[in-house]
Design a protein around this ligand. Structure first.
Ligand code: IPE
Ligand code: IPE
Ligand code: MG
Length: 254
C-alpha cells in the first residue's frame, strides 16, 4: 500500500475552516448552473422539476451574493444550443421567468438588485421577453448587485455578432482593420459594460465551458463544483469564494 500524501480533498481551500476575507470577494462571479436534469432524474422526477428547483437556488444565491458584496453575478440560464432540447422542456424553461419573477421581483427590489441580460433576447417568446423587460424596468434604478441573466446566449454567436458590427462600422467609415483592438472587440460584446468575471463556477461536476463567456473568462479562476445546481447553496458559494481567495492570480506576469 502506498502512503497517501497530501490528502487534501479536491477543491478544498488550504485552511478549510478559515474565514472568508470580505475585502477580497470576487467582484464578478459567473455561474454555469448545470445539473437540473440529473437532480430530477436522481429523484425519479421529470426534468422540468429540476428546472423549477434550480429557480429556487437562483433566489438563494442571489441573496447571498448580494449580502457578500459581490457586484456582478452572471447566471447562464439558457444557451443558444439549448433550443435543440425537447420542445416541452424548452417551453417550460421559457415560462420560468414569467412565473418566477412574480414572487422574485419584489425580493429583488427589496435587496436593491438590478436585473440585466446578455443574449439574443429578440428570439425569445413574447411573454418571456415581457416578464424580463418588466424586471429590468422595475429594477433599473437599483444600485446594488447586478444580476445578469445569460438567456439565449452563446459565446461564439456573441463574437460573430461583434465582428459583424465592427465590420459595418469600419466599412461605413472607410476605416482600415488597423482600428481593431482588443478593447474595440470588448466594446462590441454584450458584456461591454461589465468587468470580466473573476470567478467562474460550474456545478454538476462537468468540467467544460459550453460556450459561456469564452472571450471574457481568459483570466478568470475556474471552480468545478460537484453539486447539482438545485443542491448548490450558501455554504457551497462561500466555499468557492474561499478557494478563489486561496489562489494566486498572475495574468501572465510573475
Ligand atoms: C442546466 O441543467 C439548465 C439548463 C441548461 C437550462 P441541465 O438541464 O443541463 O441539467 P443536466 O445537465 O441535464 O443534468
Ligand atoms: C450549459 O449547460 C448551459 C446552461 C447551464 C444554461 P448544458 O447542460 O447545456 O451544457 P452541455 O451540453 O452539458 O455542454
Ligand atoms: Mg447540463
Amino acid at each position: 500500500m502506498f502512503k497517501k500524501l497530501n490528502k487534501k480533498k479536491k477543491n478544498q481551500p488550504i485552511e478549510s475552516n478559515s474565514e472568508i476575507d470580505l475585502h477580497n470577494v470576487p467582484n464578478h462571479v459567473a455561474i454555469i448552473m448545470d445539473g437540473n436534469g440529473r437532480w430530477a432524474k436522481q429523484r425519479k422526477l421529470p426534468r422540468i422539476k429540476g428546472h423549477y428547483q434550480g429557480m429556487q437556488t437562483i433566489k438563494k444565491i442571489t441573496k447571498e451574493a448580494s449580502d457578500l458584496g459581490i457586484k456582478y453575478l452572471t447566471l447562464y440560464a439558457f444557451s443558444t444550443e439549448n433550443w435543440t432540447r425537447p420542445k416541452n422542456e424548452v417551453n417550460y424553461i421559457m415560462n420560468l421567468p414569467v412565473n418566477f419573477l412574480k414572487t422574485f421581483l419584489p425580493e429583488l427590489i427589496e435587496n436593491n438588485v438590478k436585473v440585466e441580460t446578455i443574449g439574443f433576447l429578440k428570439e425569445l417568446p413574447k411573454a418571456t421577453l415581457e416578464a424580463i423587460d418588466k424586471a429590468k424596468e422595475k429594477t433599473k434604478t437599483n444600485t446594488g448587485l447586478k444580476l445578469i441573466f445569460a438567456i439565449n446566449y452563446g459565446g461564439r454567436a456573441e463574437i460573430v455578432h461583434s465582428v459583424k458590427s465592427i465590420y459595418e462600422k469600419l466599412s461605413s467609415e472607410g476605416s482600415s482593420s488597423d482600428q481593431i483592438t482588443e478593447q474595440m472587440i470588448n466594446e462590441y460584446l454584450m458584456t461591454h459594460s461589465y468587468p470580466d468575471p473573476d470567478l467562474l463556477i460550474r456545478t454538476s461536476g462537468e468540467q467544460r465551458i459550453s460556450n459561456f463567456l469564452i472571450w471574457q473568462v481568459s483570466y478568470s479562476e475556474f471552480i468545478f463544483n460537484e453539486k447539482f445546481w438545485p443542491d448548490f447553496d450558501k455554504e457551497e458559494l462561500i466555499n468557492c469564494i474561499k478557494i478563489y481567495q486561496s489562489r494566486q492570480r498572475r495574468f501572465g506576469g510573475l
